[in-house]
Design a protein around this ligand. Structure first.
Ligand SMILES: *[C@@H]1O[C@H](CO)[C@@H](O)[C@H](O)[C@H]1NC(C)=O
Ligand SMILES: *[C@@H]1O[C@H](CO)[C@@H](O)[C@H](O)[C@H]1NC(C)=O
Ligand SMILES: *[C@@H]1O[C@H](CO)[C@@H](O)[C@H](O)[C@H]1NC(C)=O
Ligand SMILES: *[C@@H]1O[C@H](CO)[C@@H](O)[C@H](O)[C@H]1NC(C)=O
Length: 428
């Protein structure tokens, strides 16, 4: 937990540094000087502006009838029955942007100088506050409605809407990609593995790996493609690594082997705790850090997959139950990503833009978790009791490991299995 806090602190320091640099050297000084001084009033204006609040919540096409609820701004705090984690009742920011009003305000402050620079000449002067720019971009990501609809809601032209969305994705994917980082210090790795051990009893797990697949439709040819994103997450659904843009028909195993994550782990640059005290011995078997994945993945000393068969009450059955429990964080993360409106339906953009959406939503996912804003996190453990049973998807040819690697993996898994919590505990 200590290192998580430190990482969060560092992230915020880095972004503050970035902001400082931009404040000192505004990239576009003639258009941005007054914005910096007026940052708060502008955001405040946006948050409580009757006109914009109304345009956000108006049902499609009915421009004249103003819903009275958004005029009062965000709802007052009230305890939520379904979860102790969320203290505020659902408000208009949650339904429009998948985040609380305070996260929106925070993000708006953070991104402001970046969103307002480099307006394209043909749209200049854009004359939109950072809050509105962010609102347009987030609404596209969160709700998934098309540009014609967004243009109507926010009363901007389609090309301005398109620009704001692109700009938000660009800023998130370039300036804030450090919100997704694979832990590299022993402290961080330990805190990740403690989280998993808490759940399952299995020590030293460094992450759960899986692939999410999204459909992309070319608007001219109507051709439908599938693209895949490989993610590794910790037990709290924080994304530690994401690589997106693979052809979706490839198996998880082939995707993994084509990533630098695979190369880095094989070369001992990641998940390598052998030089430190974090290495664990069970029944005199040395257990280095490892990932867990479903049986589509190759079975390696650093990648544990479930036992193909297990007898009731055996260690193997306990291991499989513990394994399933740990994998839920990956399934839950994928479900959360897919609940962003723009990723929940076939993406009608070029593949490049679709990949930018996946990146932007992942970065937002992590930044929301960092702020303990759980608005965009989908349901908890209860929802996954059945899903893991039939998660075996496409199986293509198995790339066989050489025997010594497989033997090593088998020995590690058998040793780990003796530590798994009894499977009947896993339902609670
Ligand atoms: C920009 O916005 C300000 C304040 O809302 C307004 O006074 C001004 O006329 C606008 N300029 C343009 C070019 O639209
Ligand atoms: C997008 O907004 C429309 C209109 O407010 C709403 O009906 C729809 O459910 C929203 N979609 C998502 C995915 O939030
Ligand atoms: C593990 O569980 C304990 C008690 O449930 C909790 O206090 C602790 O913060 C957890 N540790 C991690 C790393 O999640
Ligand atoms: C782990 O790193 C050390 C040096 O830090 C290196 O000597 C060792 O070979 C690496 N382990 C693996 C499994 O690659």
């Amino acid at each position: 937990m200590e290192s998580r806090k430190l990482a969060a602190l560092l992230s915020s320091l880095v972004s503050q540094l970035l902001l400082l640099i931009l404040l000192l050297f505004p990239p576009n000084s003639n258009s941005s000087d007054s914005h910096f001084n007026n940052a708060f009033p502008l955001i405040h204006h946006f948050l409580f502006s009757q006109q914009i609040a109304a345009s956000l919540s108006l049902p499609t096409r009915k421009r004249k009838r103003v819903d009275p609820e958004p005029d009062q701004g965000p709802q007052p705090p009230s305890p939520s029955p379904e979860s102790g984690l969320v203290a505020r009742s659902p408000d208009s920011f949650r339904s429009c942007f998948r985040m609380t009003a305070s996260t929106f305000e925070w993000l708006s402050g953070l991104l402001e100088p970046l969103l307002e620079c480099r307006d394209p000449a043909e749209l200049f002067p854009l004359n939109l506050s950072a809050g509105v720019r962010l609102g347009i971009g987030l609404f596209r990501l969160a709700n998934g409605s098309d540009y014609a609809e967004i243009s109507k809601r926010f009363r901007v032209s389609v090309s301005v809407a398109r620009f704001c969305v692109k700009q938000l994705c660009r800023v998130l994917c370039t300036n804030f990609r450090f919100w997704i980082a694979f832990p590299n210090s022993n402290d961080e790795l330990e805190s990740v593995s403690r989280g998993f051990e808490n759940l399952s009893g299995l020590p030293n797990c460094g992450g759960a790996i899986d692939c999410a697949r999204f459909s992309v439709v070319n608007s001219e040819t109507s051709r439908e493609d599938c693209i895949a994103a490989q993610i590794v997450v910790d037990s709290s659904c924080r994304i530690l690594s994401i690589v997106a843009g693979f052809r979706g028909h490839k198996s998880n195993s082939r995707i993994l082997r084509s990533t630098t994550l695979y190369k880095d782990i094989e070369e001992g640059k990641l998940l390598n705790s052998s030089s430190s005290s974090t290495i664990i011995e069970i029944k005199s078997v040395a257990i280095n850090q490892y990932l867990i994945g479903d049986s589509e993945y190759p079975f390696l000393p650093w990648l544990m997959i479930p036992f193909a068969e297990s007898l009731p009450g055996s260690c193997e059955e306990n291991f499989n139950a513990a394994h399933n429990l740990m994998r839920i964080s990956a399934l839950r993360t994928i479900a959360s990503l897919k609940s962003w409106g723009v990723l929940s339906q076939p993406i009608k953009e070029e593949v490049k833009m679709a990949v930018a959406y996946i990146g932007a939503c992942s970065i937002l996912h992590n930044s929301l978790l960092m702020r303990e804003d759980f608005s965009a996190l989908s349901g908890g453990f209860e929802d996954y009791q059945f899903q893991h049973q039939n998660s075996n998807k496409i199986r293509d040819y198995k790339l066989e490991e050489d025997d010594s690697v497989k033997t090593k993996a088998l020995i590690i898994r058998s040793a780990l299995a003796t530590r798994a919590k009894k499977s009947h505990n896993s339902n609670s």
